[in-house]
Design a protein around this ligand. Structure first.
Ligand code: BGC
Length: 754
């Protein structure tokens, strides 16, 4: 049943409709039969507050499956799996009669210190965009909507409701907006949530460039822009910029401001009509999808999916001497409080009330046939004295005596990372490092299992044989960890963010979190591995790294180009071990000698191949031409530069297995010539260049003796290449008159004749 058009509503009704009526509900317009719809968090499970909950929206929520947060799910690189998790999220959303799930979050991990990195997929826009697309598709396939957040350049929690992310146009487009562009154009999310922060001085919630020019005009978004909760600074300005729906309710205060602005003529009513119509369309979509799925929730089925997803999210960082997988009959000493009481999600608005929680200790005991002992080894509670920590440590050292292997669960305490504030460092707590040192004195056979939402420094990386990065894995993380430890699941996750050796090495180190309301993105394009590679810095573990219980060999890479300009990169991959396994094959591109600044390599595509022992498969990976483009600030659009690109087929950003190259014809661009253009630019112009060439030759010939005194090899023309064209008469005299300058500018900029 179509919903009433906006033209049927009064001014006051339209103002009310475009803001919430409560924390989670839009406003019903009963007179014309428009119902309220419910929107709620997100992103890795449904956080639907129970009826009668607190007015801040933080209270008790209905039980829902807590899937791995994005930090885990991202490490799977598994598009199909992520889409299936999206479907399950959509099912749970639909069963609970919620219209829009507030996720996914696809912000780029600019600094390891961002307190909310656990809610985001990657430091790389391609990974974030591809996985974001998959999860939105999955969610929306169930007749409910997603909310792509937080749009945009929301890369820290400190000062998040005010800070201006000061970003240059290229990194803004190529790093921070690129994933949003992909998801919007490929998955058409029902809503986009604008961020709290400002971008280059303008609040995201009232930025016409962001919300209209880029999002709607460039990318074709036709859904609703909803504010992050409390992100509205000036609703009238926001509405004019392209914000459709304010959430949560302002108790009518900003509705009255809108009505007043229309009466006073500072806001055209037609602007409000457009926003109201979009909200009505959203209500219409929600109605059409409502009731598609009825309960009860398949709790076991979704828990099993959460376990599968968690297993694929685990990254095996190190496995010297094949300490893993564990033998089932080994004497196993489990140490570390996280084994018993898992950290499985991060603090803040994304906290799901799980249907159940698996702990690793129980799962290890279930899977093992030999003796399993346990000692907590440390406490994560605040204000625990050094003496108490020492007692716990000594207890653990005693407990591991006689064990074949120690599995040490280390990680960040829950308060160490959260929505709302950033981290002070990337270090594990000292008592945990002290525990590890103490354990190392009694046994070399230690497997470290990490629980953390943001990366941690691993100063012990070379001193323990095995390290398993198990992130925050959702409610089934404990059993999934046991699955990997015993080899029931062969690990296939890979890092979607670099683990640096030291926070001081990280790209944003000197400009995070900024000061006085501004944070300067001074590292520009060089975010994550782009930075470490360009700077030639060693890292603890590089972007894309992850081991398996088997090994893979790569054959020679080859590339073919299709008619549409997309490329297909192929390489044979062989499972050279004795266990079936999955390999995430990555393709990086670079353009040696390119005209614009570029990182040494950038991820352009990836694919997963599953192989039985000894099996070989030819993997074909499509690289889209559009993904080769850089943002050209001179013409304000994406441009593919022509040239010979190197394409590397890799097991990680620092484990390039083979490479090939391909010549790509560039996009034609015409950069207008002006008096500001340099002599070099004008000489390179296909129209004005040749004419100017002879004038310049004449000019040079008039400069008697100049070439005689020039040191050998110094080209006077090269010296003058950066001279502004408009000022050249000063040195050129008669040979390039002001009239000639104007004439050449006119010729160069004249539209080409067919
Ligand atoms: C968060 C959003 C969340 C919203 C509603 C905000 O503080 O930034 O991600 O969806 O609250 O809980």
């Amino acid at each position: 049943m179509p919903v009433t058009p906006a033209s049927d509503l009064t001014l006051e009704e339209k103002a009310a409709l475009t803001s919430g009526s409560s924390f989670w509900q839009t406003t019903a317009i009963d007179r014309v039969g428009v119902p309220a719809i419910m929107v709620t968090d997100g992103p890795h499970g449904l956080r639907k507050q129970r009826e009668g909950g607190d007015h801040l929206g933080m209270g008790d929520s209905v039980p829902a499956t807590c899937f791995p947060p994005a930090v885990g799910l991202g490490s799977s690189w598994d598009v199909d799996l992520v889409e299936r998790v999206g479907v399950a999220l959509g099912v749970e959303t639909s069963i609970e009669n919620v219209a829009v799930l507030l996720g996914p979050g696809i912000n780029i991990k600019r600094s390891p210190l961002c307190g909310r990195n656990f809610e985001y997929f990657s430091e790389d826009p391609l990974v974030s965009g591809v996985l974001g697309t998959a999860i939105v598709r999955g969610i929306q396939s169930q007749g409910v909507g997603a909310s792509l957040k937080h749009f945009a350049a929301n890369n820290q929690e400190g000062d998040r409701m005010r800070v201006s992310s000061d970003v240059d146009p290229r990194p803004l487009r190529e790093i921070y907006l690129r994933a949003f562009e992909r998801v919007v154009t490929e998955a058409q999310p029902w809503t986009v949530m604008c961020a709290y922060n400002k971008i280059n001085g303008t609040y995201a919630s009232e930025d016409p460039w962001l919300l209209t020019r880029v999002l709607r005009d460039d990318w074709g978004f036709d859904g609703v822009v909803v504010s992050d909760w409390g992100a509205v600074n000036d609703r009238v300005r926001g509405l004019a910029a392209g914000l459709d729906l304010e959430m949560p309710s302002s108790n009518g205060v900003t509705d009255q401001q809108l009505v007043r602005a229309v009466h006073e003529g500072t806001l055209g009513e037609e602007v409000l009509d457009v926003a109201a119509q979009r909200v009505l369309d959203l209500v219409g979509k929600a109605r059409a999808g409502a009731g598609r799925i009825s309960g009860p929730l398949d709790v076991d089925g979704h828990h099993a999916l959460a376990r599968e997803a968690a297993g694929r999210s685990i990254v095996l960082l190190r496995n010297e001497g094949e300490l893993l997988p564990l033998r089932r009959d080994a004497k196993i000493a489990v140490v570390g409080a996280f084994a018993e009481k898992p950290r499985y999600q991060g603090a803040g608005s994304s906290m799901i009330n799980p249907t159940r929680v698996d702990d690793a200790l129980t799962a290890i005991r279930t899977a093992a046939t030999g003796q399993v002992t346990y000692a907590p080894g440390f406490s994560v509670a605040p204000n625990v004295s050094d003496a108490e920590q020492e007692d716990l440590r000594n207890g653990a050292v005693a407990a591991v005596a006689g064990a074949d292997v120690v599995v040490a669960f280390l990680g960040l305490p829950a308060r160490g990372e959260s929505e709302g504030y950033d981290r002070a460092d990337i270090d594990l707590p000292v008592e945990q490092l002290a525990l590890l040192d103490a354990l190392r004195k009694v046994t070399p056979n230690i497997v470290v299992v990490l629980s953390n939402g943001g990366v941690v420094a691993l100063p012990f990386a070379d001193r323990v044989p095995a390290i398993v990065e198990s992130w925050l894995l959702g409610q089934a993380g404990g059993s999934a960890t046991a699955d990997v430890l015993f080899g029931d699941v062969n690990p296939s996750g890979k890092l979607t963010e670099t683990i640096p050796l030291r926070i001081q090495d990280s790209p944003a180190h000197l400009d995070f979190p900024g000061e006085f309301g501004h944070v300067r993105y001074s590292e520009g394009l060089f975010v994550g591995y782009r930075w470490y590679d360009a700077r030639g810095l060693d890292v603890a573990y590089p972007f894309g790294h992850g081991l398996s219980y088997t090994t893979f060999a790569y054959g020679a890479a080859a590339v073919t180009s299709g008619v549409d300009g997309d490329l297909v990169v192929t390489a044979a991959v062989t499972n050279t071990g004795t266990t079936a396994g999955r390999e995430v094959v990555q393709v990086y591109a670079s353009l040696p000698g390119g005209a614009v600044q570029r990182p040494p390599r950038e991820l352009k595509a990836f694919a997963i191949v599953s192989l039985e022992p000894g099996e070989t498969r030819e993997v074909a990976i499509a690289v889209r031409r559009a993904d080769l483009a850089y943002w050209d600030i001179r013409v304000d659009r994406w441009v593919v530069e022509g040239g010979t690109y190197t394409l590397e087929v890799a097991a990680s950003s620092r484990d390039i297995r083979s490479s090939t190259s391909v010549t790509v014809v560039g996009d034609a661009i015409s950069v207008p010539i002006s008096r500001e253009s340099t002599l070099g630019e004008v000489l390179a112009d296909p129209v004005a260049g040749p004419v100017l060439q002879s004038a310049v030759a004449q000019m040079m010939s008039q400069m008697d003796g100049l070439t005689d005194i020039m040191p050998e090899g110094v080209d006077p023309l090269e010296m003058m290449a950066s001279f502004p064209f408009g000022r050249i008469s000063m040195i050129a005299g008669d040979s390039v008159s002001p009239e000639m300058i104007d004439g050449l500018i006119g010729m160069a900029n004249a539209p080409a004749e067919d």
